[in-house]
Design a protein around this ligand. Sequence first.
Ligand code: SF4
Length: 267
Amino acid sequence: MAEPARDRAGAAKPARDEAGAAEPARERADRAGGAAGGEGRGDVGLGDEPERAYDATPFVPARAKLPGLRRAAAECRGCPLHGPASQTVFGAGDAKAPLVLIGEQPGDQEDRKGHPFVGPAGHVLNRALEEAGIDPERTYVTNAVKHFSFEYVPERGKRRIHKPPNPRELSACRPWLAAELALIDPEVLVALGASAGKALLGSSFRVTKQRGVLLPCPAIGDYRGRGDCLVATIHPSAVLRADDREAVFAGLVSDLRVAVRALDSQP
Ligand code: SF4
């Protein structure tokens, strides 16, 4: 990652983080009639089942720094995924990162530990970042969906098997991703896999066709990137599933180098 771009990013960050204390999520949800029933969403008959609305918005504090968002997300019931999962897995990393990496959803180990990209795919990602010249400590990693989506299949016993989030779940969780991006205001985004790409660019996104090139910045919530700022690539777990892991890993690194060049070219 180019040093000047990183320095510029730090210097140019607006003081949005200082916008004020977080309004507690529970109060906002109450106000919206979300988590605690009452008015608002209660008016449309959701009562004590805000997850039926498939919308995290009532749980997202209007003004919060990242720690406040993280605390509020722990209470989210914006879709049914919170039920079977162990905990919310919010994003983590450098709050001023010029580069934000967005995955699909937490995996089994992330669900148990409460941190993103700490399982086998996370190890692959860190190795790929370092090979591409990116310091993982100077990035922010998150997921399009903050709860582990899984299923049990008879032949796998008690193992929780990853199940891709469906479009409603991706849409429900989008307000959290939008809030993270608005606060961090990164220069470059990397979408790791098809679900992350769909969360940012819509359902027509195809990672096989759109990976490894600079794409226009997505408009998501209050985040408005500048020019072309998005690079899509495979999810690092694809390396672990591949027959030719070396070649697939090299492709991931190659795509990440496009993100490095995008950082380098920032004015
Ligand atoms: S997946 Fe997202 S929207 Fe659904 S409950 Fe979890 S944090 Fe809320």
